[in-house]
Write a protein that binds this ligand. Structure first.
Ligand code: SF4
Ligand code: SF4
Ligand code: SF4
Length: 213
């Protein structure tokens, strides 16, 4: 019921997860504040004769690509990532990185480490496991996706960009919601509007390159 009072549903990871790359708690706090200020309920009442659950905008934060909170099926998906790189620091040959990478994106060549960016999902586990700094962070932040839903016509949210700042993520969400409130048709739920009017003309939110979708 809480979502019908606030006019939005904001989901997130479990607290204190050791796999978190970004802090969902800080971002949630900022999003809650900005979404409350948007005062969505009166706007939704103008748009829909009766506000049903699927009319309520859904925003989901996952602090790593494991995506336990199921961001792929939400209107807004915000997923933490950490892209690793190989540095000049001498490798100790412990192979902790090889063992921790379940994607098999890290391999031992006999002399050193090989990193395959095509297989890497940018979870950051190898960087956390490396005692020497041979594997380090190239960049990190939030991957943004739009337009996911379940129901009669399910679809996965589509990747639209990356941002490193929590505040910019908040601005991105609010800007798109504003756009929906202004230009969404009567009785048109957000995910259909995103598919029709936004994903063909995305307000892009790219900040870092080297993205792997
Ligand atoms: S998505 Fe990642 S950080 Fe969030 S609960 Fe799952 S494993 Fe932990
Ligand atoms: S970031 Fe994750 S997926 Fe990528 S190489 Fe490291 S452990 Fe493997
Ligand atoms: S974890 Fe670090 S030190 Fe160990 S093998 Fe991998 S790159 Fe080398």
């Amino acid at each position: 019921m809480e979502d019908r009072i606030t006019g939005y549903k904001l989901e997130h990871c479990r607290p204190l997860c050791v796999k978190a790359i970004q802090s969902w708690e800080k971002l949630k706090e900022q999003l809650d504040k900005a979404l409350s200020e948007l005062d969505l309920v009166p706007h939704l009442k103008q748009k829909f004769e009766t506000i049903l659950y699927h009319h309520i905008p859904k925003i989901c934060i996952a602090s790593c690509p494991n995506s336990c909170s199921q961001p792929q099926i939400k209107d807004f998906a915000v997923i933490g990532y950490l892209r690793p790189k190989l540095t000049q620091e001498p490798c100790q040959g412990c192979q902790a990185c090889v063992n921790v990478c379940i994607e098999k994106a890290v391999s031992w060549t006999g002399q050193g480490i090989n990193l395959n960016p095509e297989l890497c999902v940018q979870c950051g586990a190898c960087v956390r496991s490396c005692p020497s700094g041979t594997l380090a962070e190239e960049d990190s932040g939030w991957e943004l996706r739009l337009g996911g839903r379940v129901g009669r016509h399910p679809r996965f949210a589509q990747t639209v960009g990356r941002l490193s700042s929590d505040q910019k993520v908040v601005s991105w969400v609010i800007e798109i919601l504003d756009y929906y409130l202004k230009y969404g048709n009567p009785e048109e739920r957000l995910s259909h509007f995103l598919e029709r009017a936004v994903l063909s003309n995305v307000p892009s939110a790219h900040e870092s390159n080297g993205a792997k979708d």
